[in-house]
Design a protein around this ligand. Structure first.
Ligand SMILES: C[S@@+](CC[C@H](N)C(=O)[O-])C[C@H]1O[C@@H](n2cnc3c(N)ncnc32)[C@H](O)[C@@H]1O
Length: 220
C-alpha cells in the first residue's frame, strides 16, 4: 500500500514536470481525482509556494478580511488554507475534480463548493458575487485557458482583484500561451474595458524551485 502511494506520487509529479498529463477535460479530471489523496503532501514536498504568495497578495489588496473570496480551480484547498492564514474566512471554491473537492470539503473552510468545468461556460454563480478571486496553478494545456476570464470577471465585483499565476515553463511552452499570446489575450480584455492591469510579479520559487508569473488585474 505504502509503495503504491509512492508510485502514484512519483507518477503525478513526473507527469507535471514533463507536461505528460492528459490534455482533455475528462483526462484531467481523472488525473486529479487519482492524485487527490496525496496532492497536498506531494506538492508541499516540492516547494509549491504559489498558493501562499497569492493569498498574501490578496491580504495586501483587501484589508477587510470578512470579504467574499472565490478560489477558482480550488483542488484540495491549498489556496483556501493560505487565505485563512492571512485572515480571510468567507471562501467559496470551484473545481472539476470530485475527489479533490471531497478533500476540500473535509477541511471545513469553504462556505460553498461547486463541481463544474471552468471555461467559457456560465457557472452557477450570480454576477458580482465576490470581492476577490484567486486562480492558482490551473492554467495550461488540458487545464484552464484564457477563455475562462470573461466568466471570472463576471462573478467579481467592480474594483475586485483577480490574482492568477502560471509557471514560467507553462507560459513559455504551451501553444496557446507562448510567443506573447498570453499577454496579448490579457491585453485584449483590457481593450474591451473588462479589467485593468494592477500588478505583475516574478516569483522565483513558484514550484520545483522554478519561477512563475503572478498577475493582478482589477475588474472594471
Ligand atoms: C494543479 S491543481 C491546482 C489546485 C489549487 N488551485 C492549488 O493551487 O493547489 C489544478 C486544478 O485545476 C482543476 N481543473 C483543471 N482544469 C479544470 C477545468 N477546466 N475546470 C475546473 N477545474 C479544472 C483540477 O481538477 C485541479 O484541481
Amino acid at each position: 500500500m505504502y509503495n503504491n502511494c509512492c508510485f502514484v506520487m512519483a507518477d503525478k509529479i513526473r507527469a507535471v514536470k514533463e507536461r505528460s498529463f492528459p490534455h482533455t477535460v475528462e483526462g484531467i479530471k481523472q488525473f486529479y481525482d487519482e492524485w487527490a489523496p496525496t496532492y497536498v503532501k506531494d506538492l508541499t514536498h516540492e516547494g509549491y509556494t504559489a498558493p501562499r504568495r497569492a493569498a498574501e497578495t490578496m491580504a495586501k489588496l483587501l484589508s477587510n478580511k470578512h470579504t467574499e473570496i472565490m478560489d477558482m480551480a480550488c483542488g484540495t484547498g491549498l489556496v483556501a488554507h493560505e487565505l485563512t492564514q492571512v485572515g480571510f474566512n468567507t471562501i467559496d471554491g470551484v473545481d472539476i475534480s470530485t475527489e479533490s473537492l471531497t478533500i476540500s470539503q473535509e477541511r471545513g473552510i469553504y462556505r460553498r463548493l461547486i463541481c463544474d468545468h471552468i471555461g467559457a461556460n456560465e457557472l452557477d454563480i450570480k454576477d458580482d458575487s465576490y470581492d476577490g478571486l484567486i486562480l492558482c496553478g490551473a492554467l495550461g494545456s488540458g487545464h484552464l485557458n484564457l477563455e475562462c476570464f470573461p466568466e471570472l470577471i463576471r462573478i467579481v465585483k467592480p474594483s475586485g482583484p483577480i490574482i492568477f499565476s502560471v509557471s514560467c515553463k507553462t507560459r513559455d511552452t504551451f501553444d496557446q500561451f507562448k510567443d506573447g499570446n498570453f499577454e496579448a489575450d490579457l491585453d485584449e480584455l483590457v481593450r474591451k474595458g473588462l479589467w485593468v492591469k494592477e500588478a505583475y510579479e516574478l516569483i522565483p520559487d513558484w514550484i520545483f524551485n522554478e519561477a512563475g508569473h503572478q498577475y493582478v488585474y482589477k475588474v472594471v
